[in-house]
Unconditional design. Structure first.
Length: 167
């Protein structure tokens, strides 16, 4: 009888330890999510962050995984784009060999609105670019993001990636 009581106590102790560890892991996971959301929010408030593209989806064609680093750097007074382009151009750019989305803008309108399901929608309208008129960025609390580039002379293109702190 004494040994069965010890076995029962050991089983109860074992189960309570497992459930305790699960609860701690859940709290830890929630804490990490909250910390990530706060970090992303702080980057957006400072307007000092980088969108790093991991895949690209042209309007016509298949989604491609990017193997090199391509990014969009956003600061309070400057946007620097170094992104690839795959798709149809409606007019040819004379005198250039660059087919990507590569430019620096210092004259733009930046609008940030919170999303209903968490995260933010960012709209950047360029006033000093003749080719690219607007970028729409959906940023999630996890730090992942989607980017859509609208052009006056090319088909739109979308990117998926992550947000990181700007340097």
């Amino acid at each position: 009888m004494f040994t069965s009581l010890i076995k029962s106590a050991a089983i109860v102790l074992f189960c309570s330890t497992i459930f305790s560890n699960i609860a701690i892991a859940q709290e830890s996971k929630e804490d990490k999510k909250a910390a990530q959301a706060t970090a992303v929010k702080n980057m957006l408030e400072e307007k000092k962050y980088v969108f790093v593209a991991t895949s690209v989806s042209p309007m016509s064609g298949r989604t491609r995984t990017l193997t090199s680093r391509y990014d969009l750097k956003i600061f309070k007074d400057t946007v620097i784009s170094s992104l690839p382009y795959f798709g149809r151009a409606y007019t040819a750019s004379i005198g250039t060999t660059d087919g990507g989305i590569n430019f620096t803008s210092t004259d733009f309108e930046y609008t940030e609105t919170p999303r209903k399901k968490g995260g933010w929608n960012i709209v950047i309208k360029f006033k000093d670019q003749t080719d690219f008129r607007q970028m729409d960025i959906t940023i999630f609390e996890t730090g992942s993001a989607d980017l859509r580039v609208s052009s006056n002379t090319r088909q739109s293109i979308s990117f998926s990636g992550d947000i990181e702190a700007g340097k």
